[in-house]
Write a protein that binds this ligand. Structure first.
Ligand code: AP5
Length: 216
């Protein structure tokens, strides 16, 4: 089972992936996480990416396509994968299609999380994650059970993303509208696009996505 999860920044892609990885044993391939790891490592790619990410712009297609291709080839994806944040442009969607055909793989479902733009700034301004295991939280919608302690690994250090500032979020939304939303008809025509209302609770959204995976 191979999935793509699509939606604007803050739609809940990462949140749903955490649950889907646990339940279905899929590997999450998040281009955003891969880029942030490059930034942390201080690599040349990371230095270039940081400038673009902090401005709310997309990283060039060729860099992203090379990055994801090597990840799909890893043995850990044997049970299936969820592409989170990829593809994001028409060029990436075409490259993915070609790459998967060459590897005799296919995408079973493309899940689009639909969320109103007004709610996104509040979701992202309250987001934080565990510095150690990267579990995701929110100041209002998903607090750790014990204040200041990660539910999953017990760490006491948390991080906030530098691109979650309201002005950067507005640029990210524009990039989504102009460069990512146009790829949705490509998947609709292939009959694999499933639109899920991402405005409900995390649990409701998860149950809908789970139902799609189990029953199509
Ligand atoms: P990336 O890391 O992919 O960010 P994004 O797509 O903007 O998505 P987010 O991670 O911000 O949001 P999400 O949908 O995962 O929401 P989450 O679950 O955390 O990309 C970052 C940057 O990297 C890009 O801007 C670009 O520069 C670059 N990049 C990445 N991929 C690229 C590519 N393919 N090509 C080119 N450039 C690329 O939820 C958000 C918050 O809301 C959380 O706090 C959560 O707890 C809360 N929440 C979630 N669901 C709910 C709910 N149902 N109700 C209430 N609260 C909720």
């Amino acid at each position: 089972m191979n999935l793509i999860i699509l939606g604007p920044p803050g739609a809940g892609k990462g949140t749903q992936c955490e649950r889907l990885v646990e339940t279905f044993g899929l590997v999450q391939l998040s281009t955003g996480d891969m880029l942030r790891a490059e930034v942390t490592s201080g690599s040349e790619l990371g230095k270039k990416a940081k400038i673009l990410i902090d401005a709310g712009n997309l990283v060039p297609d060729d860099l992203i396509i090379a990055m994801i291709s090597s990840q799909i080839d890893r043995p850990s994806t044997e049970n299936g994968f969820i592409l989170d944040g990829f593809p994001r442009t028409t060029a990436q969607a075409n490259a993915l299609h070609k790459m998967l055909s060459e590897k005799s793989l296919k995408i079973d479902h493309v899940i689009q999380l639909a969320v109103d733009e007004e709610i996104i700034v509040s979701r992202l301004s309250g987001r934080f994650s565990c510095a150690k295991c990267h579990a995701g939280y929110h100041d209002i919608f998903k607090k750790p059970n014990k204040d200041g302690i990660c539910d999953k690994c017990g760490a006491q250090e948390f991080l906030r993303r530098s691109d979650d500032k309201p002005e950067t979020v507005r640029s990210r939304l524009r990039a989504y509208r102009e460069q990512t939303a146009p790829i949705l008809p490509f998947y609709d025509e292939k009959g694999v696009l499933k639109v899920v209302d991402g405005m409900g609770s995390m649990e409701d959204v998860y149950n809908t996505v789970r139902e799609i995976i189990l029953n199509g």
